[in-house]
Ligand binder design. Sequence first.
Ligand code: AP5
Ligand code: MG
Length: 228
Amino acid sequence: MLFMCHQMAMKKEAQEKLKAEQLRRAQAVSDIPIIWILGGPGCGKGTQCAKIVEKYGFTHLSSGDLLREEVASGSDKGRQLQEIMTSGGLVPNAEVLSLLNAAVTRTKGSSKGFLIDGYPREKNQGIEFEQKIAPADLALYFDCSEDTMLKRILARANAAEVKRADDNEETIRSRLQTFKRNTSAILELYAEKTLTINAERDVDDIFMEVVEVIDCVLQKKERAAKVC
Ligand code: AP5
Ligand code: MG
C-alpha cells in the first residue's frame, strides 16, 4: 500500500514537472510570432516565406527542407523518408515535429519570429505542435487551384539544375491528393486564426496582403507585451 502511494506521488510529480516544462517552453517561444504557412504543393509557400524573411527577418523553417536535409545526410532514416516523400505521402509526425522542435530550440534565442512552412499538414500535427512547442499566432493559407499548382511545379522542375525527387507529374498528383484529403479539417479546426489568401495572383500582390496581416500580428503582440 505504502509502495503504491509512493509510486502515485512520483507519477504525479513527473506529470507536474512535464507540465511546467511545457509551459516554460511555450512562454519563451510565445514572445515572438509563430506563423504557420499552409497551402498545397506549388502554391507559393516558399516564395512568400523568402519575401517575409527579407522584410521582417523571421526564421524560416520549412518542414520539406528539413526533411530533405535529413535525406541528403544519407542516413537509413533519410532513405525511409525519401521513399515516403517520393510517394507523395506524409512522413510520420514524430519525425517532422522532432526536426521542427530541434530547429526552434536552436534558434529561438536570436529569432524575431518563426515561419513554419508546410506544417501542419493534418490536424493532429497542429494539435501536437501547440502542445509541444507553442501556440501559433496565425495561419496563412495560400489558396490556389490544382491546375495552377501543377503548372508551377512543372515549370520549376524544368528550370531547375537539380530537380527535386518529388517534382514529377505522378508524384505531384499524389501530393495534391494528400493535400486535398487533409486540408479542410485543418482549416475548420483553426478557422479563428487562419487567413485565406488568393494565391492565383502576382507574387507582389499576394505579398502586400501578407504584409498587412503580419503587421497586425506584430502590433497585437506588442500590445500584449505592454499589458504583461
Ligand atoms: P514541401 O517541400 O513542403 O513541398 P510542397 O508542400 O509540396 O510545396 P513546394 O515546396 O513544392 O511548393 P511551395 O508551396 O513552397 O511553392 P514555391 O514557392 O516553391 O514538402 C515535400 C514533402 O515532404 C511532402 O510531400 C511530404 O512528403 C513531406 N512533408 C513536408 N512537410 C510535412 C509535414 N508537415 N508532415 C508530413 N510530411 C511532410 O513555388 C513553386 C513555383 O511556383 C516556383 O517556381 C515559384 O517561383 C513559382 N511561384 C510561386 N508563387 C507564384 C506566383 N504567385 N505566380 C507565379 N509563380 C509563382
Ligand atoms: Mg516549398
